[in-house]
Each structure stands twice: as structure tokens, then as C-alpha cells.
Design a protein around this ligand. Sequence first.
Ligand code: NCD
Ligand code: ZN
Length: 351
Amino acid sequence: MSVDTLTIARPDDWHLHLRDGAAMGSVLQHTARQFARAIVMPNLAPPITTTEQAAAYRQRIHQALPRELVFEPLMTIYLTDHTAPDEIRRAHESAFVHAVKLYPAGATTHSASGVTNVRRCARVFEVMQRIGMPLLVHGEVTSAQVDVFDRERVFIEQVLIPLRRDFPLLKIVFEHITTAEAVSYVREEKGPIGATITAHHLLFNRNSIFMTTDGQPGMRPHYYCLPVLKREAHRRALVSAATSESARFFLGTDSAPHAKGDKEAACGCAGCFTAASALELYMEAFDQANALDRFEAFASFNGPDFYDLPRNSQTVTLARSAWTLPAEFPLGDASVVPLRAGGTLQWTLQA
Ligand code: NCD
Ligand code: ZN
């Protein structure tokens, strides 16, 4: 049976890049229209490494929020080799820092201050494990010897398994998973682990980076993100995880705005901008999988349950009604090209 409207508890975005300053002022409204809350990534330049910086960033977000929108940013701090255990305690006491983000040094945009070796963070992980503070991991190794398409799988073997052996009660979110190996690991292992899945990894495989929609050759920088899109078998594994009964998988857009010129360049930045059409994109993936009845758990229940936060009481309605995504949106003084720019989306989020 084909359904034409779907009303669900208001969703949250459990992985989002909002940036700062004028760029944040431009993109925040899109997320606040779509989501009640979002886990805000700390990879600013310089990164948000302290509770004090997170408090100031949170205030800037609240100030930039259009009055008519109700939205709560859930703050995170950026783990470095030098993060002190006391900083974690302060973060926990603040009640507005909800997680600590682990970027392996050099893995992605603004990760130069990231962790060079997780062993350096043992004392921090002990405190996090005791107080129940989630560790959000960008799960890719960075060694030049490891193929870009294998970096997530190798991360599971080399980093995640030993880390979880040493800290079995540490709550971990394996962020923006992209492979069948990550799906099986999260689905099957014991202990407190969850994973976010982006809309782009549910909808596209790596051909999209190198081919146009009608199969003509052509490099498409707006489909380039990290972890990079993988082959079709992995995309299918992600769809089956997101639409499954498992409460360990939840929505995280990883919407990552970069100015058009920084993407359409000889060395283009990694990141897909999906904030303006996130729910509509996810709905397309769930619809194609004939699993619209599984969308509410993935988008609105599994995330807050994992983070021990209340589920949202308001609702949103999505309707089967086609619309055309603009070619660009403003981003401070520049513009950002959304994923599927100028394309037709099949679902509309009702105002
Ligand atoms: C993100 C960004 O631009 O901040 N880019 C991306 O490709 N996802 C960083 C990240 O989450 O890896
Ligand atoms: Zn991200």
C-alpha cells in the first residue's frame, strides 16, 4: 500500500555541522525548520575543546536563531591528545554538552588538532565511561598506506575493537557509517554502541561521485564527503540497518556546508550539504525500501533513547508532493550547493 502522508514525532539530527559566524547564520534556519534538536559538531577552526567555548558557541547559535523557530543545539567538545579528565567532568556538569568527538588527526575537515593515538586518551575515557558521556567517533584510519575506501573497515579492526575491549562500558556512537562491516559490527557486538547514518549514504553509492544521474562520465564534487560513498552492496547494507528493528541506528545528516568555490576546486573540500531537505531525502530512501513504517523509530526515537534524552512530543508531517530543490542557498557572503541541487524531491515537509 502506498501512503501519501506520514506524521511522526518531531525528529532530531544526531550529527550536524553548523559552522560559525555568517555561515552559521545562513544555514541554522534550515536545520531548525526540520529538527527539534541537533548534535552540533565541534570542528570549528580553532575547534571547540572546552566547556567554556561550547557555552559561548551555544549562545551564538541561540542568538542567530530566527524567533519563530524552536530549536535546541546539543553541544559537543573536540577531543585532543591533551584533553584533561577535568574538562570532561566540567562538560558533564554543564548539562548542555552531550558528547565528546574523536577525530583521528588528519581524517577530515578541521581535524588537524585531533587525536594522534587513542591510547593517549585513556584517562579521559575512564571518566567518560564512569559518568556515561558518549564518545562520538569519526571511524576512519588516516594512514597513507590504507586505501581511502578501506579506512572505515580498518578502523574497526585497529581502533574500535581494542578501544571497546579496554572500555567495555564506554558509550560510543560510530558516526556516519558507510560499510557493511560497520553495520554488522554495530548490530552484533555487545555493549553500549550506536551509529548514525546519513541520507546521502542511504541514497547514493560511489558511482555518484564519478557519473551524472543518467550515467554520463563527470566528476561531481558535491557528492564528495568523508567517509567517502562506498559501493552499492554497502549502500544496501546501510538501508537494511536503518529500516531494521535495531534501535542502534539513528538519523545523523552530517550536513557539512562548504562554499561553492571551495567544493568546485582543484582540491575540493569534503562534505555534502543536506540540511535544507534532510527529512525529504531520508523519506525517499525509506520509501524506496518500502519501509515508511520504520522511519519514526530511526528519525525520532532511537537517538534520544541512546542519549537518555526525552523523545520530542510535537509532530511533523511529510507529504508525497514533488518539489524542486534550489540550485544554491546563501552561505554568509558566498553560496552553498545542496546535494541534489536543482533535482526533484518526492516528499515535502509540511510547514
Ligand atoms: C565534515 C566537515 O566538512 O566538517 N565533512 C564531511 O565530509 N563529512 C567533517 C566530517 O564529518 O568528516
Ligand atoms: Zn561530520
